[in-house]
Design a protein around this ligand. Sequence first.
Ligand SMILES: NC(=O)c1ccc[n+]([C@@H]2O[C@H](COP(=O)([O-])OP(=O)(O)OC[C@H]3O[C@@H](n4cnc5c(N)ncnc54)[C@H](O)[C@@H]3O)[C@@H](O)[C@H]2O)c1
Length: 332
Amino acid sequence: MPETMTKVLVTGGAGYIGSHVVKLLGSRGYEVVTLDNLSTGFRQAVKYGRFYQADLLDKEAIREIIGKEQPDAVMHFAALSIVPDSVAKPLSYYRNNLLGTVNLLEVMLEFGVDKLIFSSSASVYGIVEDGFATEDSRLLPINPYGHTKAMMEQVMADLARVTAFKYIALRYFNVAGADPEGELGERKPAATHLVTLATRAAARKIPRLEVYGTDYPTPDGTCLRDYIHVSDLAEAHLAALAYLLAGGESDVFNVGYGRGYSVLEVVEKVKQVTGRDFSVLPTGRRPGDPPALVADVTKSRALLNFTLKYDNLETIVRTAWEWEKKLSVETM
Ligand SMILES: NC(=O)c1ccc[n+]([C@@H]2O[C@H](COP(=O)([O-])OP(=O)(O)OC[C@H]3O[C@@H](n4cnc5c(N)ncnc54)[C@H](O)[C@@H]3O)[C@@H](O)[C@H]2O)c1
């Protein structure tokens, strides 16, 4: 395997998902370099390799880093990613996500770096008829964040058509859980993801958990989502990189487990795993939330070679809970 000699530039490597991937790359012997502006990331989450504090909106800074490091491939996590924020502040999202990506691609092209793994999102699908999205489902995002991801996929597809550039877009479903070794997890105070918020409610860091919408056309009225453990998602990135390094063509893959849980099912699991009750407040629907969104994983299972280790809601919740308990100790 050429893996050990491969150098990967990770943008957004100080963030929740990026930091898990940096750790996995480093522990598998890849050379890893992180670029992050620390707008929502944390320097101490970068456990391997060199770190550059830089902004993708600063093209000269990207030029310096890529020129100096000459990576074999880029994994591009850096983005703003909070859906309600994107509804309130669309221009910030288009500027950061879209312009940042175009800058990065232009500099990669300048220096002949032609492989990229992209953090896309299930939000590119919007509302799918039966709740199951295949990679061929129509892309009809229903919020600015999802639009930025769909547009970036389009930019990369257009670029790949006329240059040597190759990319894999991984459309993540709902990423949750934490590093099973307890070193990493979601740190953002402004996190909006259900498992994080529910474990924070169990840890008494927030007073209650709000449930957005209980009148959806789903079995218990709350939204159905496909929760994937962040460490399995990290493995998917290494598999996608191996796929490109082995000569694979540009492509798009869903990354989820192919099974949906309702918000209330997750809440029950968090109460059971933590042994703590907490207050749950049903509120109105949130703009930009589809009723059900679950990955059809047929294609990624067939073509990406990696083993799922944490496909279990209890494991997802338990690792997130261990992390939350630790975070409170650290911050006390
Ligand atoms: N968390 C999820 O469930 C989920 C689902 C689908 C897709 N994604 C995507 O995965 C990626 C990582 O998400 P996350 O949950 O780890 O978010 P995160 O906010 O923890 O990580 C993003 C990182 O990018 C950095 N960053 C943002 N803009 C930057 C810029 N202009 N220049 C340099 N660095 C910048 C931030 O400081 C942060 O460290 C994002 O692209 C997100 O859209 C996340």
